[in-house]
Design a protein around this ligand. Structure first.
Ligand code: GDP
Length: 440
C-alpha cells in the first residue's frame, strides 16, 4: 500500500536527519521534497501546498520548544498533519434506526456490491447484527446475481424483486420485509454507471429521499486518484452522504485519493477495502493510515487482527498440551491456519514497523506455508502426534507425497523439535534455561 509515496517521504525526511537544528533553509528543502512526493501520489495541488505550508509554520514555530531531533520533529509534524488531513479521529457507523438503513452509492466497478457483502459480514460477525442485503440495481440482472453470490458467501439474506424496475419501490418493500423478519440493518446496493450522469443521480436521489437512510456511503476505487475525488464531490453535492469507502487499497494505489478526499468533501473515510475476499474490510483510522504511509507500521491493527483470531478456549487447550509435552503437528498446522486468517502476508508484514520498507522488494508469497502444510498432511496421524517415530524411509515417503525433498522434511522436523523445546521451557517458567539455550 502506498509504497512509492512512503519511499519518497522517507527520502525527503531523511534530509533533516543529519542536521542539528531546524532552519528556514533545511525546512524549505525538506518540504519541497514532501510536496513533490504528495503531487506524485496524485494529491491535489492545492492540498499539497496547504499541507506543506502548515507543516512549515509549525516546524519553525516549535523548534525552540522541543527536545526532538529535527528529523524526528519533522516526521511527527508530517504524521500529525497527514492524520488531520485524512480526518483526525475515526468515525463509526450510525446504526441507530431499527432497521438501520445504509445506502450504498458510487460508480459501476467501484466495488459497491463487493463492499455491501463485506459490510454485511462485518456487521453480522463483529456487531452481532442481522443484516439484509437489498438489490436495487434494476438494469443489470448480473449485478443482482452478484449480490446473491456475495450474500450466500457471508450467509446473509438478499432481497430482490425480479422484473420490478422501480428501485424506490424495491427499497421500500425491502424495509417492510426487514421489519417483518427481524433484520435490524439493511444495506441497499444501487445501480452505478461508468461515469456520473444525471439519470443515475436522480434515481439514487429518489431512493435516498424515499428511504431516508441513517448512513449513505459513497464507494470509490482508490486507484482512480484525482477522479475519485471529483466523483466524490459530484455525489456529495447531490446526496450529502455520511462517509466514504475507499476500495482496492491492496492494489498499486498511489494514495492521493486517501489523502485528499476528506478535505475536498469534508466527509470522513469510514472503511477501506483491501481485497476481493469478504473479510478484506478494515475500519479506517486516519492515524494508523498515516503511520503506514510514513512506513512506521501499524502495530495496533496487527495486534487487533491477532486478537480477533485468538480463541481463549483453544489457547487453554494448547497450553495444557504444551505442558504435557503433547504439542504435535496437528496443533502446529492449526496455528499456521490462524496466522493465515489474519490476512495476506504482504499486508501483515506492512504493519510491522520498518519491515514494510525493508521488505518491499521481497516477493512475499501467501503460499509460504504451502510446503509445510503439504509435508504435515503427508504424515500419518501417529507421526503428527509423535514426530520422533519418523524414520529415514518414512521421510522419503513424506517428501514424495508432499512434492518436497527429504531435506525440506528434515528441516521442518528440526524446526519443530526446537520449537517444542522452547515452548516447554517457557511453560516451566524457565526463562534462564531458555537464555542458555539461545546462547548456545
Ligand atoms: P460495483 O459495480 O460497484 O458493484 O463493483 P463490484 O463489487 O462488482 O467490484 C468490481 C471489481 O472490483 C470486482 O472484480 C471486485 O472483485 C473488485 N474489487 C472490489 N473491491 C475490491 C478491493 O478492495 N480490492 C480488490 N483488489 N478488488 C476489489
Amino acid at each position: 500500500m502506498f509504497d512509492s509515496l512512503s519511499d519518497k517521504l522517507d527520502k525527503a525526511l531523511h534530509v533533516l536527519k543529519g542536521h542539528g537544528s531546524i532552519t528556514e533553509v533545511n525546512v524549505a528543502e525538506t518540504l519541497k521534497e514532501v510536496r513533490r512526493a504528495l503531487l506524485d501520489a496524485d494529491v491535489n495541488f492545492k492540498i499539497a501546498k496547504e499541507f506543506t505550508n502548515t507543516v512549515k509554520e509549525k516546524a519553525l514555530g516549535q523548534n525552540v520548544l522541543t527536545t526532538l531531533q529535527p528529523g524526528q520533529l519533522m516526521v511527527k509534524l508530517v504524521k500529525d498533519e497527514l492524520t488531520e488531513l485524512m480526518g483526525g479521529d475515526a468515525e463509526g457507523l450510525n446504526l441507530s434506526g431499527n432497521p438501520s438503513i445504509i445506502l450504498m452509492s458510487g460508480l459501476q466497478g467501484s466495488g459497491k456490491t463487493t463492499f455491501s457483502g463485506k459490510l454485511a459480514n462485518f456487521l453480522k460477525t463483529k456487531k452481532s447484527k442481522k443484516p439484509l442485503l437489498v438489490a436495487c440495481d434494476v438494469y443489470r440482472p448480473a449485478a443482482i446475481n452478484q449480490l446473491h453470490v456475495v450474500g450466500d458467501q457471508v450467509g446473509v439474506e438478499v432481497y430482490s424483486e425480479e422484473g420490478n424496475m422501480n428501485p424506490v419501490e424495491i427499497a421500500q418493500n425491502a424495509i417492510a420485509h426487514a421489519k417483518q423478519n427481524g433484520h435490524n440493518v439493511i444495506i441497499v446496493d444501487t445501480a452505478g454507471r461508468l461515469a456520473v450522469d444525471e439519470e443515475m443521480m436522480t434515481e439514487i436521489a429518489n431512493v435516498h429521499k424515499a428511504i431516508d437512510p441513517q448512513e449513505t456511503l459513497f464507494v470509490v476505487d482508490a486507484m482512480t486518484g484525482q477522479d475519485a475525488v471529483n466523483t466524490a464531490k459530484a455525489f456529495n453535492d447531490r446526496l450529502n452522504f455520511e462517509g466514504v469507502v475507499l476500495t482496492k487499497l491492496d492494489g498499486d494505489t498511489r494514495g492521493g485519493a486517501a489523502i485528499s478526499i476528506k478535505s475536498v468533501v469534508n466527509k470522513p473515510i469510514k472503511f477501506i477495502g483491501t481485497g476481493e475476499k469478504m473479510d478484506a474490510i478494515d475500519v479506517f483510522y486516519p492515524s494508523r493510515m498515516a503511520d503506514r504511509i510514513l512506513g512506521m507500521g501499524d502495530v495496533v491493527s496487527l495486534v487487533e487482527r491477532a486478537q480477533e483470531q485468538f480463541d481463549e478456549e483453544e489457547a487453554r487447550k494448547l497450553q495444557k498440551k504444551i505442558a504435557k509435552n503433547q504439542f504435535g503437528f496437528d496443533d502446529f498446522i492449526k496455528q499456521i491456519q490462524q496466522v493465515k486468517k489474519m490476512g495476506s502476508m504482504k499486508d501483515l508484514v506492512g504493519m510491522i514497523p520498518g519491515a514494510g520498507k525493508a521488505m518491499k522488494d521481497v516477493d512475499i508469497d501467501d503460499d509460504a506455508f504451502k510446503h509445510i502444510e503439504a509435508i504435515i498432511h503427508s504424515m500419518t496421524p501417529d507421526e503428527r502426534s509423535t514426530p520422533a517415530v519418523i524414520n529415514g524411509s518414512r521421510k522419503k515417503r513424506i517428501a514424495k507425497g508432499s512434492g518436497t525433498s527429504v531435506q525440506q522434511v528434515n528441516q521442518l522436523l528440526k524446526q519443530f523439535d526446537q520449537m517444542s523445546k522452547m515452548m516447554k521451557m517457557m511453560q516451566g517458567g524457565g526463562g534462564r534455561k531458555m537464555m542458555q539455550m539461545m546462547g548456545k
